[in-house]
Design a protein around this ligand. Sequence first.
Ligand code: C2E
Ligand code: CA
Ligand code: CA
Ligand code: CA
Length: 270
Amino acid sequence: AKQGGKDNITFFSPEMNAVDAARASVETQLRGALERGELHVVYQPLHGAAGEVQGAEALLRWRSPLLGDVPPAAFIPVAEDTGLIISIGEFVLREACRQLAAWRQAGKAVTCVSVNISPAQFGRDDFVALVQRTLQAHRLSGRDLELELTERMVLRRVEEVARKMSELRALGVRISLDDFGTGNSALNYLLTLPVTTLKVDRVFIQALDQTPGAYRVVQAIVALGHGLGLDVVAEGVETPAQLMQVRELGCERTQGFLLGRPVPPEDLTL
Ligand code: C2E
Ligand code: CA
Ligand code: CA
Ligand code: CA
């Protein structure tokens, strides 16, 4: 090969190529990962105001024999682009419901499991039916489940989103707006969509220790949520000072490495 040859300069960028190659191998390996049993779900506790465990968020993990542990941030986008998220997302929902039912059966007092839902999943015509079927299969009620959706999703096709959310609410399922405050929060949608929870993005929580004024910003988000009758969850709580502040601000639930890391279900202290 003509290394650094004149012909290559315009069309060949080694960096781009490495990124593309990594993505291509993630895609290749992700196909079939579910069938090969390489995906599993870990759980991170959500604590109530008094410090008790109220529920747990299901977080997907991929252990690839070829690529090692691949973080969700590296493969969820690929799963979304390829449509693999549909079967993978179904797996997470099923797993989380199965696990909650198992905890219940073992006499553990977990009130609720939270599951992240991608826009492509939520957009499926049969999404609400899938949720209903999955709950029924594990003899759970809608109140046992909370779905975490991101803001970017609710900005698209508002009427369809609103209809599906209402149907889910009718089942008792709670709906949380994840990473709240980081999108182009079109706040008017909060007035029309039947969401139940605002999950304040961890950038705001982490700023509490570092950035003057962060306290007021979180305070404003909490006031917004409470003003609309919503629960407010603080995610990404890492320090005692952050915990103290979010409790003082009246967040109903807290989550973060300080309180508990994501762990396999058998390691969750309940
Ligand atoms: P997310 O839904 O915002 O989940 C929270 C992420 O923050 C998790 O990363 C969690 O491990 C991490 N985290 C929790 N507490 C702390 C903390 O105190 N400090 C810091 N620095 N991080 C904390 P994870 O598991 O790597 O997931 C990343 C993202 O991948 C999730 O962000 C979510 O958007 C997506 N994701 C994970 N599982 C699923 C899934 O089953 N379905 C879908 N659609 N997306 C998923
Ligand atoms: Ca989440
Ligand atoms: Ca989040
Ligand atoms: Ca996030």
